[in-house]
Ligand binder design. Sequence first.
Ligand code: ATP
Length: 313
Amino acid sequence: MTDAAISIRDLCKTYAGVKGGAPKRALDGVSFDVQRGSIFGLLGPNGAGKSTLINILAGLVNKTNGSATIWGFDIDEHPRNAKASIGIVNQEILFDPFFTPVETLEIQAGLYGVPKKERRSMELLRAVHLEDKAKAYARTLSGGMKRRLMVAKAMVHSPPVLVLDEPTAGVDIELRQQLWSYVRSLNDAGVTVVLTTHYLEEAEELCDRIAIINHGRVIANEPTAELVGKAQEKIVAVTVDRDVAALPRSTCFEKIVLKGARTLEITYSKDRVNAGEVLGAVQAEGFGIVDVSTKEADLEDVFLNLTRAANAG
Ligand SMILES: Nc1ncnc2c1ncn2[C@@H]1O[C@H](COP(=O)(O)OP(=O)(O)OP(=O)(O)O)[C@@H](O)[C@H]1O
């Protein structure tokens, strides 16, 4: 029995080849835990295996090997309890366009066996800012509204774990912010959240911990701050005391470009040199330093470095 919200061990999935084609190994021994109460990010390039993993948790895809528990319930031994413990928002928008949002939620609650007096369809619609659309046909909702209805639909049975598979694809910035603030409020209320996203800044902003999956394998699984700290390349912008006629040279610099008459943008590898050495190299070329600013590495850098390294290895 594990205390994790989700616990995955050695999960493998091989899809049979279509029409005599080669079988496809989509998950190749994936293991990780999602702590209760956290927001966990699952990142990876297209085709990495994220949807396969989520569909196994949802009971929509049969795993080839390995095990998974949701809220302590093994998906093979206690599939009903495991399913009741998780709400999943899929990439595709799925609901009957002829039902209204409130009907959609009532039907979903019925499917999960939520008794009528425990249903909270209007409360959920209010939370996702769709109260005034409660009785409109779902087909008349905008893309962003449909997406938010999907989130409300995933929450009808009040699961302790909410999984969002690429929930903001095609959602504009304002609605995305609204969606995230709702996800945050659910998390504040104790719901464990797992999300897959291609928006790295978003994962960086929202997630406590991030796992990166590539070609069906986990290549990183760390607290967000540590993962971001892993980016090796740093950029420092240095403003010098006179116009730069010729760029200074040094083995400390990975790259140097002139930004305006007196500002140098220098990329350096922080596992090789430190900022002091970089500035010293500029001074050694006869420049006085007037101002300095650094750019922190973001997740995009880490992600590219890790996937590049994993692909090369
Ligand atoms: N039903 C299937 N039959 C055969 N191969 C499949 C099937 N579903 C997925 N795959 C393959 O398995 C691999 C993983 O796909 P999956 O959809 O899990 O990736 P993903 O990380 O979710 O990608 P994306 O972000 O594009 O959705 C891909 O190579 C995909 O082509």
